[in-house]
Design a protein around this ligand. Structure first.
Ligand code: CP
Length: 307
């Protein structure tokens, strides 16, 4: 259970294939059972961006493990007045047992991880969202009883954190992944290359501007908002660019008949996904949101060595 003891999770690429499968197995056990930490532990949440699911699921996960949570609101701590991360990290390290951070720049997470001995978890950065992808993979596993060989299509903004972590997560899980995005919104080439290196030709990794080719016969259709947090001023101008990538019933007709639909939420209904698809029989979004809590419980227990 403590295979990840003392480690950080800043990227999906921080896990090996075996570690990913162990985490998902533990998450499945926790969904139907319970473990308690032997010693009282404290999780800190340092969130520079808004959050519903990540904040509440981490808090509930820690309470279910018998631990406690400190909400370190940046606006009432010295980080908002410019205290260097290196200093903040070394101080928080003395008070907490584990720290989850939601921030903008991945390099800030790396600085926290370098200066704090305790495990640091990426609770979303502009580059990656690994905790979300762990829950996504748990949901795919529950739906298909396997991950290996399943094809997932991410449709929408391929340059965002979800697309990047899904590329790495699917490569680790042995899943084929297609990213269907407008040409100017495709994933970072460095992430695509990293995913290919992880996959070792075991899976197909495709990036295409064609939404229909991307979705054809796929088993998982995944979407996210067209403008991520911090890009709200671009939302209006992006609508015509992304409209052909809307997940609606017409597009779903190209997917496998047994395909499921995932969305990391929050959703902008009528933009990247229609009401009909979100509420339809193929949608697994509520199970997906629930799994955030189970898989993060497994992650915390594993990073703490389940002491
Ligand atoms: N999916 C996700 O991270 O949701 P929140 O922004 O509400 O945490």
């Amino acid at each position: 259970m403590g295979a990840l003891k003392g480690r950080d999770l800043l990227s999906m690429a921080d896990l090996t294939v075996d570690e990913l499968h162990e985490l998902l197995q533990l998450a499945a056990q926790l969904k139907s059972g319970k473990i308690q930490l032997k010693r009282q532990k404290i999780l800190g949440l340092l969130f520079y961006k808004a959050s519903t699911r990540t904040r509440v699921s981490f808090t509930s996960a820690m309470y279910r493990l018998g631990g406690q949570v400190q909400d370190l609101n940046p606006s009432v701590t010295q980080v908002s007045r410019g205290e260097p991360i290196a200093d903040t990290a070394r101080v928080l390290d003395r008070y907490l047992d584990i720290l989850a951070i939601r921030t903008f720049d991945q390099r800030d997470l790396e600085t926290f991880a370098n200066y704090a001995e305790i495990p640091v978890i990426n609770a979303l950065s502009d580059l990656e969202h690994p905790c979300q992808v762990l829950a996504d993979l748990q949901t795919v596993q529950e739906s298909f009883n396997t991950l290996a060989g399943v094809t997932l299509t991410y449709i929408g903004d391929g340059s965002n954190n979800m697309a990047h972590s899904l590329l790495l997560g699917c490569a680790l899980a042995g899943m084929n992944i297609r990213i269907a995005s407008p040409v100017d919104y495709q994933p970072l080439e460095s992430i695509v290359q990293k995913a290919k290196a992880i996959a070792h030709d075991r899976v197909e990794i495709t990036v295409t501007p064609d939404p229909i080719a991307g979705v054809k016969s796929t088993q998982v259709v995944y979407t996210d908002v067209w403008a991520s947090m911090g890009q709200e001023n671009l939302a209006e101008s992006r609508i015509p660019i992304f409209q052909p990538y809307q997940v609606n019933e017409a597009l779903m007709a190209y997917a496998d008949k047994a395909a499921i639909v995932l969305h990391c939420l929050p959703a902008h209904r009528g933009e990247e996904i229609t009401d009909a698809v979100m509420e339809g029989s193929q949608s697994r979004v509520w199970d997906q949101a629930e799994n955030r809590m189970h898989v993060q419980q497994a992650l915390i227990a594993s990073l703490l060595g389940a002491e």
